[in-house]
Design a protein around this ligand. Sequence first.
Ligand SMILES: NC(=O)c1ccc[n+]([C@@H]2O[C@H](COP(=O)([O-])OP(=O)(O)OC[C@H]3O[C@@H](n4cnc5c(N)ncnc54)[C@H](O)[C@@H]3O)[C@@H](O)[C@H]2O)c1
Ligand SMILES: O=P(O)(O)OC[C@H](O)CO
Length: 338
Amino acid sequence: MYKKISIIGAGGWGTALALLLAENRTAVRLWAHNPEVTKELVSQRTNEDYLPGVRLPPNVYATGNLADTLDADLMLLVPPSKALREVCGKLAGLGLPKEAVIVSCTKGLEHDTGKLMSEIIEEILPENPVAVLSGPNHAEEVAQRIPAAGVLGSKSPELLEPLQRVFSLPTFRAYTSDDVMGIQLGGALKNIFAIGAGVSDGFNMGDNAKAGLVTRALAEMMRLGIAMGGRRETFFGLSGVGDLMVTCFSRHSRNRKVGERLGRGESPAQIQESMQMVAEGIPTALSAWQVAQKLGIEAPITYEIYSVLYENKPPHEAMWGLLGRPPKPESDRDHRQG
Ligand SMILES: NC(=O)c1ccc[n+]([C@@H]2O[C@H](COP(=O)([O-])OP(=O)(O)OC[C@H]3O[C@@H](n4cnc5c(N)ncnc54)[C@H](O)[C@@H]3O)[C@@H](O)[C@H]2O)c1
Ligand SMILES: O=P(O)(O)OC[C@H](O)CO
């Protein structure tokens, strides 16, 4: 069992994971990027801006000094995806021991390279064993010990059993998989579709429209995800359809809320300026559209969300763009075409 756990990133998810893993009575170090957050975590034991209503237990030590986190046998990386490369670079520069097992809990796809988080970690910290955690896990519920399930993935099977033991807690059920790409692709791509589901909510379009959109989103997630190296069955699991459902339907989802605000008439710039928390669907829409073009995969929902976010396309035009596509069979004979 891991004895020294460090969590890099004290946003909502990093903080919820600290509360969860502290139940094992293990020492947990929680690193915050923002000095104000560190101050509050240390002095008040709370994180009101990112995860209101929780209190850190005594075995969680908050720090703003990354060097304090290096003495760890298990390190969870939970920064926003756009900061992961920078965080890994800092850990490498500080000499993170190569024995430390790294678990990426971040959901995203890098701009221009199209790399998943595990690929960035392996590039910068090539000697550390790497795993990922994904699934339908809103921090707000996990922190309140409302039951949830997630999936741990690694290419190294020997990592999975000890990780599963650490993450198996009374209110958290951890599954395992060797499809590291598929798990991360589900977790990254669903955020784009949750923005679309939110637009549908913002338009008050009704339950039929949203169910239709989310179902076609699953087909698109699979087309793109399989072309990028994920396995078909993984997209029917917790990190695929499971996370797609929770993010498209939950009142907690930041991505769904971004879409809802777009549907109600706010601009992408207005929304981003007023949002402190990360909505990964915004950067991922650009990365995924870049990848879809490169691989020649038809990705109409991704394209419409990308156009709304990056090309000032009005959301109602995006919606009509999707409804007005040429008729086609429901199942894709050629998985590249939508
Ligand atoms: N919140 C959830 O329910 C949840 C659940 C599963 C996965 N995730 C994923 O976890 C990742 C983090 O999300 P979150 O919800 O914890 O974020 P958040 O929006 O709650 O907080 C973002 C955090 O990132 C920090 N940050 C900003 N710039 C940084 C930088 N350059 N370097 C390091 N840290 C920086 C901020 O200070 C803040 O603490 C995302 O990829 C998200 O998709 C979130
Ligand atoms: O609040 P969101 O939209 O960032 O989603 C958080 C998690 O990824 C849900 O599993």
